[in-house]
Design a protein around this ligand. Structure first.
Ligand SMILES: Cc1cc2nc3c(=O)[nH]c(=O)nc-3n(C[C@H](O)[C@H](O)[C@H](O)COP(=O)(O)O)c2cc1C
Length: 363
């Protein structure tokens, strides 16, 4: 079987063209380690960002999801742990820093901590190669390049992708509306978004939203991407740090079982349960033009629904737990190790890319 290799592998220094999506505010330390050890790019998420921003959102119970240290300390410990545990495989990894304007002071804190961690330790500097900015304007964040990182930015439309390219990013993640958690108020799905962004910019594009297997990776490459970024599928792996209730919910759901509503950080795709339904009902209350694109601000009622949803997740209450996930849940039905999953994706994509032309091209 030929080796599946793209320019994404060369730029980032990974064996397989797969990035783990940042999945804040949750801890993704052991997932990032497993993904990087499997030859793809593991990513540490903006752990506990919600706790930093709005202490009220993080009741005592929910803090167990993030750890009890202040967020910068959790981040530093995660960076050190992933560096140590990927040393034997020479794995590289990244940190995701959402840069939404409402929470800029938290973004600055995460950025500072990441840069300082690299300066303080040459092992960290060698393996922490990538910063993925998302959920906001990349322009003020040129420090990422200046400090020598590979700069990836997540965009949900061609206009934002072009702005990111003009800001100097190295790689753009084109993130389609079927993806888990962070989505855009203006829905554009991967099938349209990826080729549109690939045509609009010169830098390599990574497809995100709806990818879980080799069929998806092969399709993304055919649409002009240099690889895929995966979120939901990686939650349901043996090593992932997520709660067992959440992993099982992903395995149990079919593709219709997600809903988009207003979350703390903007529009979010939730796994459908009574918690998600209540958030969507509250999102739509008093906003008659929601489906015409009128954005909704967060409010106390939504925050309270999220707060209790965090608690119910910790306590294993599947029907009222706050859980995010993409439409791709309908295509996920097992709990593999991360390594098996990544090898399966690469093997299947390579097979498809080899056999489909043989089967369909006639001379
Ligand atoms: C639980 C969860 C949390 C997420 N949090 C973040 C985040 O903090 N920052 C970000 O850029 N993307 C976030 N995302 C989006 C992922 O990085 C990724 O782009 C998305 O999951 C891809 O779509 P998929 O879920 O269909 O694989 C999150 C996704 C999930 C499922």
């Amino acid at each position: 079987m030929p080796l599946l290799h793209t320019e994404l592998c060369d730029i980032v220094g990974i064996e397989h063209p797969i990035l783990q999506g940042g999945m804040g505010p949750y801890k993704t330390e052991s997932l990032a380690t497993a993904v990087s050890n499997a030859g793809a790019l593991g990513v540490i998420s903006s752990i506990g960002m919600a706790a930093t921003l709005l202490p009220d959102v993080a009741p005592v119970d929910a803090l167990r999801l993030f750890g009890t240290d202040p967020p910068p300390v959790i981040l530093r410990k995660s960076i050190e742990a992933v560096t140590k545990n990927t040393k034997t495989s020479n794995g590289v990894f990244g940190v995701n820093i959402p840069v939404a304007s409402e929470f800029i002071f938290a973004s600055e804190m995460f950025m500072r901590e990441t840069i300082e961690a690299c300066k303080a330790d040459s092992d960290i500097e060698r393996s922490l190669r990538v910063i993925i900015t998302s959920a906001g304007n990349p322009k003020p964040w040129a420090v990422v390049k200046k400090e020598g990182f590979i700069w990836v930015h997540v965009a949900g439309c061609t206009m934002h992708a072009k702005k990111a390219e003009a800001s100097g990013v190295d790689i753009i993640v084109a993130s389609g509306h079927e993806g888990g958690a962070h989505v855009s108020w203006d829905p554009v799905h991967s099938m349209v978004l990826i080729p549109a962004v690939a045509k609009a910019v010169k830098v390599p594009v990574v497809g995100a939203g709806g990818f879980c297997d080799g069929q998806g990776l092969a399709a993304a490459l055919c649409l002009g991407a240099a690889g895929v970024q995966i979120g939901t599928r990686l939650i349901a792996t043996e090593e992932s740090d997520f709660e067992p209730t959440w992993k099982q919910a992903i395995i149990d759901r079919e593709e219709r079982n997600t809903l988009v509503g207003r979350g703390l950080f903007g529009p979010m795709r939730f796994l459908r349960n009574t918690r998600a339904e209540d958030i969507v009902k509250r999102t739509l209350k008093d906003v008659p033009n929601f489906f015409l694109g009128e954005p909704v601000e967060s409010n106390e009622e939504i925050l309270e629904l999220e707060r209790t949803g965090f608690d119910d997740l910790i306590n294993g209450k599947s029907d009222t737990a706050l859980m995010f996930g993409g439409e791709v849940v309908g295509r996920i039905d097992d709990l593999p190790t991360t390594k098996d999953l990544i090898q399966r994706i690469i093997k299947e994509a390579s097979m498809i890319l080899k056999t489909v032309p043989e089967n369909v091209l006639r001379s």
